[in-house]
Design a protein around this ligand. Structure first.
Ligand code: GLY
Ligand code: MN
Ligand code: MN
Length: 414
């Protein structure tokens, strides 16, 4: 991403800041795993969206005081000993080049800087990213900072900038779409490689390894999420990711996976028969899921309520299951389909944004209906990533093999 993207993102946030306010956003820090080992670090996505930096511990501070804007990025000081162990810190000039922020200071000066602003001026508001998933989610750096600030500066009003950021992130720029296209393209290559090599009798993780190899060779940032490689009845467990069962001849295998490219994610599901040939029953169920998916994608255009997509999927699946004699009433659908059909996709796989709104150009949605019939060992999910355009939509993952004919042809010509 060019630095202009991050500069614009900050400008958009600044527009939402009241006068006499400070905004502080933390990059985060990798949590400890065990002994002296930490989990792999990944930057807080709102911090990344505003700075382009992927380094730990940094802090972004923006102030709007008497309508004068200042932007500062606080970075770690270079440490010659640490440099020998883990490598160099990001330099001031690199930090400036990546983010477009001129004023780069060291982290050790952060507290004094914010204190000086609050003491010198009539600062009224402090904006923080106070995202909270659950009532009892663990404290974040921002919530801990909010608590500390409330004690030390009780005159300050703490405000949440999270919803401003989620509204901005909801609409993707062309540059962001390009990153997601790249993530999808690598995901496609990985899927084709695992389909080329999958055979009944392999362990699920062995097939998964063919996906991993392609991603590693492509130099991805990360996986979009933990790969689901679920054969037979495992495919009926939505987030099965043990991937440690032996596959059986005649079974389907459901893959739900994605590459991450520059922190932007692909999120694709495909289901195919390990032996390369669908049974008649598998075909019936597969084609019903596919019909629900195609009908749902067809409905995507600006102005359609987000919630309408779930309704369309459910209508098609319920009608189809009734025709097949699997259910009698639509209300029974929840026995075989028990998740939502869509979520936003972006810097997070389950990306941020209100779901109580109408679709707008620039949103990227997954469309992922499924049917899970445990008693028949059939678990099928088909998932694509769809961009809302001015006059409809574009399926960004349309080139990934999906129809029964194409899957069978691919598997039988390997
Ligand atoms: N892979 C998680 C999802 O499809 O939402
Ligand atoms: Mn998925
Ligand atoms: Mn998904």
């Amino acid at each position: 991403m060019k630095k202009e993207f991050f500069i614009t993102n900050r400008e958009n946030v600044i527009k939402e800041m009241k006068d006499n306010s400070i905004l502080v956003i933390f990059a985060g820090e990798a949590p400890q795993k065990s002994a002296d080992e930490a989990y792999a670090f990944t930057p807080n996505r709102n911090f990344y969206y505003l700075t382009g930096s992927n380094r730990e511990k940094m802090i972004l501070m923006i102030s709007n005081i008497n309508n004068k804007i200042s932007q500062t990025l606080f970075i770690e000081k270079s440490d010659p000993v640490l440099a020998k162990w883990v490598g160099e810190r990001m330099s001031s000039s690199e930090a400036s080049e990546i983010s477009g922020i001129q004023d780069i200071q060291y982290l050790e000066d952060f507290e004094a800087s914010i204190n000086r602003l609050i003491l010198t001026y009539e600062v009224e508001n402090l904006y923080l990213d106070l995202e909270r998933r659950e009532f009892d989610s663990l404290p974040t750096r921002a919530t801990m900072f909010a608590k500390l600030v409330s004690e030390r500066y009780p005159q300050l009003k703490i405000k949440n900038i999270y919803h401003v950021l989620e509204n901005l992130r909801l609409i993707k720029t062309e540059e962001e779409v390009a990153e997601i296209r790249k993530a999808i393209s690598i995901t496609k290559d990985g899927i084709e490689n695992l389909m080329k090599n999958a055979k009944p009798g392999m362990m699920e993780y062995q097939i998964e390894a063919y996906f991993d190899f392609v991603l590693k060779c492509a130099g991805v940032t990360d996986y979009a999420f933990k790969t689901i490689a679920a054969s037979g009845v495992n495919g009926t467990v939505l987030h099965y990711s043990d991937n440690n069962s032996k596959t059986q001849d005649g079974d389907l295998i459901l893959f739900d996976l994605g590459a991450q490219w520059n922190y932007y994610n692909g999120d694709i599901s495909r289901t195919f028969p390990l032996n390369g040939k669908f049974t008649e029953r598998q075909k019936q169920i597969y084609n019903l899921v596919l019909k629900a998916q195609l009908e749902t994608i067809k409905a995507i255009k600006p102005g359609v309520p987000y919630t309408r997509l779930n309704e369309i999927t459910k209508e098609v699946l319920a009608e189809g299951l009734k025709e097949l004699g699997i259910i009698k009433e639509s209300t029974e659908l929840s026995k075989y389909y028990y998740h939502n059909v869509t979520h936003y996709l972006g810097l997070d796989t389950h990306d941020v944004g209100s779901r109580e709104i109408e679709l707008k150009p620039g949103m990227i949605l997954t469309v992922e209906p499924g049917l899970y019939i445990a008693e028949e060992k059939i678990g099928i999910r088909i998932e694509d990533n769809v961009l809302v355009t001015e006059d409809g939509n574009e399926n960004l993952s349309k080139d990934i093999i999906k129809s029964i004919e194409d899957i069978e042809a691919f598997m039988n010509n390997r």
